[in-house]
Design a binder for this molecule. Structure first.
Ligand code: CO
Length: 271
């Protein structure tokens, strides 16, 4: 089975520069830092509770990751989910008719890995990983939630259910924004599917222009939002004042993706 979000992968120009944020300011530790020659990337894994942030820096031109960086700039690349049996999962997913990028598991930074095609996952590049036996392990909460924009809520819900095994735990109709937000927990992380409430909603136009896909933001729960905002400001970052969150009982602020190397970090406080 698929049991948790393993990591969020982001493509960066320089892993060293990105470490200046993720390690030196955010305070994460480096668990793995190596060059995977056949993929032409330097990969760095930084545990964040039970999840990780994966930095991918192309070290050769003309690889998939290098082209991604060239066309889209530093940004979110993929979500990776962990399983204890990647061969069984890959066969199961193939039998569902999901388009695979990797027909067989291969060596990757996170263990034995395989990618599913984003065409089959409403625009999200999904990696499955069977972690190395000696991999970092934590039971602490890491990423609170990730958000994906989808055109057809019911179709996306069914697909995420059959592939990743997640089920809707809550659904909010946010009338002011004309969106539907569905929450799909996996271990301590929630995948949010966000869909336009009607064909005329602003999000429907955004999806027409930018397609379906993941928002390049990861939300991390903090105990004291004001303390965190002050801490990041003291490190020289431009962090907005706290505001009321979209979902009830939350306050938030966000470190922009421009400052955190392609992945916005939303600081989220439950009040
Ligand atoms: Co990855």
């Amino acid at each position: 089975m698929i049991d948790r979000l393993h990591h969020v992968g982001i493509v960066v120009h320089s892993a060293d520069d990105a470490l200046g944020f993720y390690r030196d300011i955010m305070g994460l530790e480096v668990a793995v830092d190596e060059v995977v020659e056949e993929q032409g990337v330097r990969g760095v894994l930084l545990p964040l509770g039970e999840n990780e942030i994966e930095l991918l820096e192309p070290v050769q031109p003309d690889t998939g990751v290098a082209r991604y960086l060239e066309t889209r700039g530093q940004t979110l690349h993929h979500f990776c989910f962990s399983t204890d049996d990647i061969r069984t999962e890959l066969a199961r997913v193939r039998d569902l008719g999901i388009e695979l990028i990797d027909q067989e598991p291969r060596y990757g930074l996170a263990g034995e890995i395989a990618f599913l095609h984003p065409r089959s996952m409403h625009g999200v590049l999904v990696e499955l990983a069977q972690p190395r036996p000696d991999a970092h392990h934590s039971d602490a909460k890491g990423i609170d939630h990730l958000a994906v924009r989808v055109a057809d809520y019911e179709a996306a819900k069914a697909r995420w259910n059959e592939v990743v095994g997640v089920e809707e735990s809550n659904r909010f109709d946010v009338e002011a924004a004309e969106i539907i937000i569905g929450q799909f927990p996996i271990s301590q992380t929630v995948i949010e599917l966000i869909a336009p409430a009607s064909p005329d909603a602003p999000l429907a136009k955004i999806i027409e222009e930018q397609r379906e896909g993941a928002f390049p933001v990861a939300a991390v729960e903090v105990a004291d939002l004001d303390t965190e905002i002050a801490r990041y400001r003291a490190a020289g970052l431009d962090v907005p004042d706290a505001e009321v969150g979209t979902l009830p009982g939350t306050r938030r602020s966000t470190i922009s993706a421009e400052q955190s190397f392609g992945l916005g970090i939303q600081l989220l406080e439950y009040v």
